[in-house]
Design a protein around this ligand. Sequence first.
Ligand SMILES: CC(C)(COP(=O)(O)OP(=O)(O)OC[C@H]1O[C@@H](n2cnc3c(N)ncnc32)[C@H](O)[C@@H]1OP(=O)(O)O)[C@@H](O)C(=O)NCCC(=O)NCCS
Length: 182
Amino acid sequence: MKFSKTLGSTAFKLEQLNSDTPLGGFACPVEEYNAYLHKEAVQSRNDHVALTWLLRERSTGEIAAYMSLIADAIKLSVSEKELHDLDYPFKTIPAMKIAKLAVSTDFRNKYKGIGSFMIDSARTIARKCNEYYCAARFLTVDADIEHDEGVLAFYEKNGFLLNSELYNKNRKTISMRKDLYR
Ligand SMILES: CC(C)(COP(=O)(O)OP(=O)(O)OC[C@H]1O[C@@H](n2cnc3c(N)ncnc32)[C@H](O)[C@@H]1OP(=O)(O)O)[C@@H](O)C(=O)NCCC(=O)NCCS
């Protein structure tokens, strides 16, 4: 079944993880991401190094997906800045990074589009941040191709571009950006 924005805001809710949030048995195919949610995410929140958002199904209380967001900055080349109409002498542009993103296997089998819905939710959060608190022009991600090369296609389908500055430096992840205002 296709996961729509309406479904996401009616049958599901996006909530922030905190110390007493029930996590149930969330499981995605990558063990590292499961361990992060169950063992590290609360500490990271308490230490102010990553804020985790959960997508919870209202009827069952189960977690369909999670993402962790952090502040970021990326270096863009002259041609990359031109691409985004950023006419500034400096290279570094503020951003918000999706540091972790995972969809539960059970929910991925039920719905297509939960990962894309999470990216859209990150975009909404980043734009709110721009409106009220502090500036961030891009959503960024280090696409984890170590576990699954397909994630590159997933992010490209969601409008992310490769960053030339960090591309190829580390073959386990690929740095990407998505303009929040284009
Ligand atoms: C990667 C992940 C978040 C994608 O979530 P999802 O709910 O399956 O993604 P969507 O259904 O929104 O997919 C959107 C599009 O990307 C494609 N896509 C998604 N995951 C893909 C993959 N692993 N390989 C190739 N294409 C993929 C879908 O087929 C879909 O294409 P379409 O629009 O042409 O039909 C999810 O598979 C996951 O949690 N993986 C394990 C953890 C992980 O690797 N996280 C990424 C860390 S950087």
